[in-house]
Design a protein around this ligand. Structure first.
Ligand code: KIV
Ligand code: ZN
Length: 564
């Protein structure tokens, strides 16, 4: 039993809102994205990235299409300073990308930050101080006026210091974060941000970014959305600000917080790849972007090679992306459940047959190929159904098993997975198929054959089979006639002098071509009813279509006699 430890926690007190507009809104365009991987993400790593790793990461973000990138905290350490200088002096920053640098609202750090950004073309200078009731009480031992003064003093200094940089041609913008925004009384947050807007001379033409962080996520996302809506509607100089969010993920709701915050009027989101960041991380940029994508909204970011991005991320951060991480985890385009596998299969068939332009596959919210991934790894374990193994055989190896055969082969695969107590990989499934059908022990074997077709019977042709069939090592002459090659051979087997195949009924037949490289062969599937009423299937493959069907018949027969 858990102790009553929960009693020591102070619940979040939501705003009292009479009316709220955000629940009826829809997201119809991507927000401005800002990556904080190289700052918030980096500072949360066991081993922060070195210069080479940061550069590689930076270039990946640029390739993805992120236009605002927080590159670090250059006043915090020499390493951070040098990385900032290398990005600028080394010419790594494309003209359409703005770098962002973070600094605490403290004069000497602000001075140092201006030195660090010298010569950069487009910069967002991001300053912050904590404004929450808790931090005022336990960290700063000050009141609202005290934290407001810190913000205003910093804004004043930044404005003064920026004039020469702007004169020298830098496109310099400002960003202010009332850190721990969610734990700040809304009227206090509005008052401090309004004072910053005025001190820094923000205008509708030169807007300040007001970044409202959920520094520690401490309430449900709908409460945050209420706060954002309240904040925006009470800010006098709303038209002088871009409202940005910076969600962390302590309650696991970072994505919902960001999405609902956008509904409430936020225009910009700070996020990291795969949600790296302090504690439970920052909000995940990939999930946010791809959530928009699957709602028919252009995220304006390119994640079409998600595995390469994941590799870069894991290499540079030494972190691991979880197997169930949305859109990228190893298992997210995999179905183990039989009913899911069948439905996915049907979805693919529907897409193919209907020619629809829309994505309509159950259990797959996104086309994996849009991320450079494949659905092919349908995974087969003892929970998997009959459709899964058939899907692998079709999509991985080109064998399009007839529907009636799915159950039989599915059961064979399931039995093997149960026996081994683990998942079967595609090659193991193929090996089972080969062992069961293509390489079945040959009690009966076709040694030689010829067909003669007599077309004198008008519409219907008449085919005569002549050949030799081996039975338990003994070769016998075989002769049969029928309305086609299969029928003729089947009848020949009925009349063998030894090992007569009495009582087998022909049920169905399917064939298709199968290619590997420049080699194309015919594959034939035969469905027979054995004398004891069992359904038996056989598979034959050959460059010659007739031979493929004869092999399929013998395969079915050989399997039937083997099972007896
Ligand atoms: O989480 C946070 O509040 C921050 C600020 C510095 C923006 O990272
Ligand atoms: Zn943060």
């Amino acid at each position: 039993m858990m102790k009553k430890g929960y009693e020591k926690y102070i619940p979040f007190v939501p705003l009292k809102m009479e009316h709220r507009a955000w629940p009826d809104k829809q997201i119809t365009k991507a927000p401005i994205w800002c990556s904080v991987d190289l700052r918030d993400g980096n500072q949360a790593l066991v081993d922060p990235m070195n210069l080479q790793e940061k550069l590689e990461y930076f270039h990946t973000l640029v390739d993805i299409g992120v236009k605002e990138i927080e590159i670090g905290f250059p006043s915090a350490s020499e390493t951070e300073y040098e990385i900032c200088r290398e990005l600028i002096d080394g010419g790594h920053i494309p003209d359409d990308v703005t770098i962002q640098v973070l600094v605490q609202a403290r004069p000497h750090l602000i001075q140092k930050t201006f030195e660090a950004i010298r010569g950069a073309k487009h910069v967002i200078l991001h300053f912050y101080n904590s404004t929450s009731t808790l931090q005022r009480k336990v960290v700063f031992h000050t009141d609202v006026a005290g934290v407001k003064q810190i913000a205003v003093d910093a804004a004043k200094l930044i404005y003064e210091l920026s004039q020469s940089a702007i004169e020298e041609g830098m496109d310099l913008r400002y960003q202010y974060s009332p850190e721990s925004f969610m734990g700040t009384e809304m009227d206090v947050a509005v008052e401090i941000c309004q004072a910053v807007i005025e001190t820094i001379h923000a205008t509708p033409e030169k807007k300040i970014i007001l970044n409202l962080p959920t520094t520690v996520e401490n309430c449900m996302p709908n409460y945050l959305a209420d706060e954002i809506e309240y904040f925006i509607s009470h800010l006098k100089s709303r038209d002088c600000a871009i409202i940005s969010l910076h969600p962390h993920n302590d309650r696991g709701c970072g994505v919902a917080t960001a999405e609902m915050g956008v509904l409430a009027g936020a225009e910009r989101i700070e996020a990291t790849l795969f949600g790296n960041g302090e504690r439970t991380g920052n909000v995940d940029l990939v999930t946010l972007a791809m959530n928009l994508y699957t709602q028919g909204v252009d995220p304006e970011l390119d994640f079409s090679h998600i595995d390469a991005i994941k590799d870069m991320y894991e290499r540079c951060t030494k972190m691991k992306v979880g197997e169930r991480q949305p859109y990228v985890g190893e298992l997210v385009f995999t179905a183990f459940s039989g009913s899911h596998q069948d439905a996915i299969n049907k979805g693919f068939q529907y897409m193919e047959q209907s020619g629809t332009d829309m994505w309509e596959v159950p259990y797959l919210p996104i086309d994996p190929t849009d991320l450079g991934r494949e659905y092919e790894p349908i995974r087969i374990n003892s929970q998997s159904g009959k459709g899964g193994a058939a899907f692998i055989m079709h999509h991985k190896f080109g064998y399009d098993l007839p529907k009636a055969m799915h159950a039989e082969f599915g059961a064979i695969v399931q039995k093997e997975s149960d026996r081994l107590g683990k998942e079967l990989h595609p090659q193991q499934i193929y090996d089972l198929f080969d062992r069961e059908y293509l390489s079945v022990p040959k009690t009966y074997q076709l040694e030689r054959h010829s067909f003669q077709e007599d077309a004198r019977h008008g519409e219907q042709s008449w085919v005569i089979f002549d050949g030799e069939v081996g039975y338990k090592g003994k070769v016998m002459a075989a002769h049969g006639e029928g309305n086609g090659p299969i029928d003729a051979f089947f009848n020949a087997l009925h009349d063998l002098p030894e090992g007569r195949l009495d009582g087998y009924e022909f049920v169905d037949y399917k064939e298709h071509a199968i290619s590997s490289g420049s080699d194309t062969q015919a594959v034939c599937y035969i469905h027979l009813k054995a004398p004891d009423g069992r359904d038996v299937f056989g598979v034959g493959k050959s460059h010659n279509i007739n031979r493929a069907s004869l092999r399929a018949i013998l395969c079915a027969v050989n399997r039937a006699v083997l099972e007896k």
